[in-house]
Design a protein around this ligand. Structure first.
Ligand SMILES: *[C@@H]1O[C@H](CO)[C@@H](O)[C@H](O)[C@H]1NC(C)=O
Ligand SMILES: *[C@@H]1O[C@H](CO)[C@@H](O)[C@H](O)[C@H]1NC(C)=O
Ligand SMILES: *[C@@H]1O[C@H](CO)[C@@H](O)[C@H](O)[C@H]1NC(C)=O
Ligand SMILES: *[C@@H]1O[C@H](CO)[C@@H](O)[C@H](O)[C@H]1NC(C)=O
Length: 309
């Protein structure tokens, strides 16, 4: 009963909506509906097909975000070009470009899985893409003393991040209501006391939590000899690239204090790190934002690679 009602409702919306009302409806899913409408109408129109479904508008919103990202990269490259002997600016711009490259990579991943209906993956990657943009923004804020940097900051905050956020919000509504955009609504967050239930209705059907009974492929320990690797980073480097097909590379880290900063390159997929327990296996780094060109993201002790080591 409920599902046939849903079908009729969606059918009705689908056949009467023109371009403008379709955009308006989809933008209701975002945090800034008005800017969403303006941006999609102004710069995204060539990306939206005629008589678009809500899904197609979401897809176009994601493409618009990629387009804006390209523009941001261009602006940061210009900053780098003109940074001259200002070492702070050069370092920051370089790190920023790497963050934006990672952001582009994640947006691309999202664009790839969205048509295959892997909405949870698309959400995770778009959200990661937004974090990389934020990282670049927060780095640039610290060296904001030229009109060029100021212009870039404002583009990143008001155009790029806004468009990525819009696409992400639309994904949340699409996940919940599908193409029934009449029901799309602004995203609820933890700030409103909303916690998404684990497991969800859609997505790739993956089980949540820590997988049980994993067997180690390699071990790491402090006193060399007894196992293959003496540092976590060496074990990570030994993982095969682009591991897929449900296979994993499990690294068991024996009890000990590992003073190192671990970076997992993008190509190292499905790498699992397991320790021997809280307070037993400890990885500790000491990076901080007081260091030259360092951003909060970069200070992670164990993180995805974003700088060239
Ligand atoms: C570079 O950054 C450091 C601290 O992050 C600051 O003390 C220094 O004045 C900056 N140099 C320039 C040329 O802006
Ligand atoms: C960044 O964008 C948000 C959302 O539009 C806005 O509220 C905020 O004032 C902007 N901040 C700056 C520094 O432009
Ligand atoms: C929404 O519409 C698109 C066509 O634009 C279709 O490919 C997709 O499967 C529809 N989604 C759902 C959940 O029905
Ligand atoms: C890790 O070991 C498991 C068996 O415990 C195996 O199935 C898997 O293929 C191994 N992974 C790699 C990358 O060799």
């Amino acid at each position: 009963m409920a599902s046939s009602f849903l079908f009729l409702f969606c059918f009705f919306i689908g056949t009467t909506a023109n371009h403008q009302t379709a955009i308006q409806e989809a933008c209701k899913a975002t945090r800034w509906p008005e800017s969403c409408q303006i941006s999609l109408t102004k710069s995204g129109l060539d990306l939206i097909p005629a008589d678009p479904s809500p899904f197609q508008i979401l897809h176009s919103a994601l493409s618009l975000s990629s387009k804006n990202l390209g523009r941001a990269k261009f602006m940061v490259r210009a900053i780098l070009h003109y940074s001259g002997s200002n070492l702070n600016l050069t370092t920051t711009a370089k790190l920023c470009l790497q963050s934006l490259d990672n952001s582009a990579y994640r947006l691309h991943s999202a664009e790839e899985v969205l048509p295959r209906n892997r909405i949870k993956d698309a959400r995770a990657w778009t959200s990661a893409a937004l974090s990389y943009q934020f990282d670049c923004l927060s780095g640039l804020k610290k060296v904001n003393d030229t009109p060029m940097v100021d212009k870039t900051l404002s583009f990143m905050n008001n155009t790029l991040m806004m468009s990525t956020s819009n696409a992400l919000s639309m994904m949340m509504s699409y996940e919940e209501f599908g193409n029934c955009s009449g029901w799309w609504r602004s995203p609820r967050t933890e700030r409103d006391g909303f916690w998404e239930s684990v497991g969800g209705r859609s997505g790739s059907g993956q089980k949540h939590g820590i997988p049980k009974g994993l067997k180690a492929n390699v071990t790491v320990c402090k006193d060399g000899g007894r196992c293959r690797f003496g540092s976590v980073q060496m074990a990570v480097n030994a993982a095969p690239d682009n591991l897929g097909g449900g296979r994993r590379f499990v690294i068991l880290i024996k009890e000990g204090v590992y003073e190192e900063t671990v970076r997992v390159p993008l190509a190292k997929r499905n790498v699992v790190l397991i320790g021997e327990g809280m307070g037993k296996t400890v990885i500790t780094g000491s990076l901080n934002v007081g260091q030259l060109g360092m951003t909060t993201y970069e200070t992670a002790t164990v993180g995805k690679l974003s700088t060239t080591q």
